[in-house]
Ligand binder design. Structure first.
Ligand SMILES: NC(=O)c1ccc[n+]([C@@H]2O[C@H](COP(=O)([O-])OP(=O)(O)OC[C@H]3O[C@@H](n4cnc5c(N)ncnc54)[C@H](O)[C@@H]3O)[C@@H](O)[C@H]2O)c1
Length: 276
């Protein structure tokens, strides 16, 4: 019988994390580095991506920061080329870059609640589709090329959200009975699209070892105001928001051979939020 812990080992493998400068992206980058992979921390915010990679290197890991705009095909191709030129291969792509509106308790002071559907700006809708879906499409398209050359092996992880599975509970954005903001329509639509992309790629690469799965986080605590934390926690089966490191086990599982017979699936880590 094989040793299950060995299946989580990622020595000799190379991973790209887009959105690697983000709240969860930086967790994902460190997790893969801890697993033994060389990690390309890729983000629109090049400076933060570089700083995160430098910190990983100082801590003894193998990492490189790169600037990327996932909506730009040339920039995405350059990101993948850099990974292959520097590290010689590409085994894992984590698509974590996304526009993800953070709750803004001051929104009401500015007039109408942010994110109202009736007058949601077309430009913002288009921009979000561009980053959250077209960006994911471009990153997958570029990343599979070296994976195909390496014997049709690789693992792609697309980061979804509970709001891709169920509609947002807009009551979470009320304070004292007043709607202070709405989770905008693009978030649900693009995150539902992430699952379509995941199943498409998984089945497109049927019969190969190129696997594509989604990881669906629930709400991760990030200094939200008390009203939000109470309302969110009341809706979670586990009665609380996620700690920032609670997606990491699932991420390493999906990236590594520990999930070698898994493709086209969605791993939900939401404290039971979508279970009732
Ligand atoms: N934080 C949560 O509670 C939570 C919950 C569910 C799902 N998610 C999902 O997890 C993923 C990561 O979330 P997060 O909290 O780290 O978000 P975040 O907003 O902290 O990070 C997103 C990162 O994407 C980068 N980015 C934006 N546009 C880009 C572009 N055009 N090209 C390259 N990079 C770009 C940003 O610079 C940022 O660093 C997202 O897909 C998000 O939707 C997050």
């Amino acid at each position: 019988m094989s040793n299950v812990l060995e299946k989580f080992q990622m020595q000799g493998q190379v991973a790209i994390v887009t959105g690697g400068a983000g709240l969860l992206g930086k967790q994902f980058a460190r997790t893969l580095a801890q697993g033994g992979a060389a990690v390309v921390v890729a983000d629109l915010n090049r400076m933060t991506a570089n700083t995160i990679a430098e910190t990983l290197v100082k801590d003894g890991y193998n990492a490189l920061g790169v600037g990327v705009d996932v909506t730009d095909p040339a920039s995405v191709a350059e990101m993948v080329e850099t990974a292959v030129n520097v590290y010689g291969r590409l085994d894992v792509l984590v698509n974590s870059a996304a526009l993800d509106p953070k709750f803004d308790p001051e929104a009401l002071a500015r007039g109408i609640p942010a994110g109202s559907f009736e007058d949601y700006p077309l430009e913002e809708w288009r921009q979000a589709l561009d980053v959250n879906l077209t960006g994911m499409f471009l990153c997958c398209q570029s990343a599979v090329k070296p994976m195909i050359l390496q014997g049709k092996r690789g693992s792609i992880i697309n980061i979804c959200s509970t709001y891709g599975l169920v509609g947002p509970d807009q009551r979470l954005y009320q304070r004292h009975g007043i709607q202070t903001a709405y989770k905008p329509v693009y978030y649900s639509v693009t995150k539902a699209g992430v699952l379509g992309m995941t199943r498409y790629l998984a089945t497109y690469y049927a019969g190969t070892e190129i696997r594509c799965n989604a990881l669906t986080p629930g709400g991760v605590f990030n200094n939200h105001d008390e009203g939000f934390v109470i309302a969110y926690s009341a809706r979670a089966v586990m009665g609380r928001m996620a700690h920032i490191d609670e997606m990491n086990g699932a991420l390493l599982f999906l990236a590594s051979d520990a999930s070698s017979y898994m493709t086209g699936a969605n791993l939900v880590v939401d404290g039971g939020w979508t279970a009732w």
